[in-house]
Design a binder for this molecule. Sequence first.
Ligand SMILES: C[S@@+](CC[C@H](N)C(=O)[O-])C[C@H]1O[C@@H](n2cnc3c(N)ncnc32)[C@H](O)[C@@H]1O
Length: 281
Amino acid sequence: MTAASESPQASAPSLAFDNDELAADYERLSATRQFESGKRLAADLGIGTAERVLDIGCGTGLLAEYIAGLVGPEGRVLGIDPLPRRIGVAKAKVRANLAFEVGDANDLGALAEAGFDVVILNAVFHWLPDKPRVLGQFARVLRRGGRIGISTRPPNASGGARLPMYEAMAQAMAEPPFDRYPRPSASFVSQVEPEEMRALLLAAGFMPTLIEVRPSVRVHASPEAVVRFSEASSFGNLLGHLPPELRPAARAAMAARLSALMTPEGIVQQGRRLVAVAVRQ
Ligand SMILES: C[S@@+](CC[C@H](N)C(=O)[O-])C[C@H]1O[C@@H](n2cnc3c(N)ncnc32)[C@H](O)[C@@H]1O
C-alpha cells in the first residue's frame, strides 16, 4: 500500500478492482512473509485439534489450508472473503474440514451465533474502517471463551516517518499526469495503535491477552516486485483510481522511484505488525 493512502480519514477500500491476474499474483506473493505471519498468529492463538475456526478475509486460502491441518479431521475451518476471484482460487484447497465462501466482515449474519472457537484475521483488520461494527460481528459468531487473533499494520509502520518504499510510490503519484487523478477518499487503510486496539477489543466484549508490536521485514527482489505486491495485496486499490490506460505508466514511474532503494539483497521493507489476541467474555 502506498503512504498516500495513509490518513485518519479512511474509508473502505474498493472491492471492484480485483482481477484474475491480481488474485493469482496474491496466491504466489503471499506464500512467504504474509503466510509466515499468519502461521505465527495461529501459534499465538494456540489453535488445536477439533476447533472450529473462522478465517476472515482469507484471501486465496493459504492460511486457512494450514489451519485445517492444525484442527485435524475433528475440526473445521471456514474461510470467507468478499472478493469472488480470491475465493475462486481458494476453492481448489477445499477438503472435508475446509470450506470457503464469499463473505464480508461487516455482515456475518449468515453465520450462526457462537458457532466458532476461533476467529482469525491476518493482514485484514486495516482494511476494515468500521472497527466497532466488525468486532461486534466477530463477538457474535464466537462462543464465550473463544479467541480472536488479529495481525495488522499499525500506523507509521516504520515506527516513525513513512516507509521509504511508500514514500517513493507516493512521490511518483504526485507527479503529472497522475496527480490529475486524486484518490476518491483521503485513505483506504484504517490502522490502529496498540492502545486503540485494546480499547476496541474491551468495548466489544473481549479480554486482550496479547497486544504486541513486532518488527516485520519483507525483502522485495526488484522495484517491479514492490509494485506487484502492493497491487495484489491491496486488491488493485494501489492504482485503481487511475484510468486503466495510465496504469502501466504509473507502474513504471513507481518502479523508477523505487530503484533508488535497491540494495544487493533487494528492496528491504522494515515494517511493523500489531498482533492482538483476546478472549470473548
Ligand atoms: C492482504 S489480504 C490478506 C489475505 C489473507 N488473510 C492472508 O493472510 O494472506 C487482505 C484481504 O482482506 C480482504 N478484505 C477486504 N475487505 C474485507 C471485508 N470487508 N471483509 C472481509 N475481508 C475483507 C481482502 O479481500 C483481501 O483478501
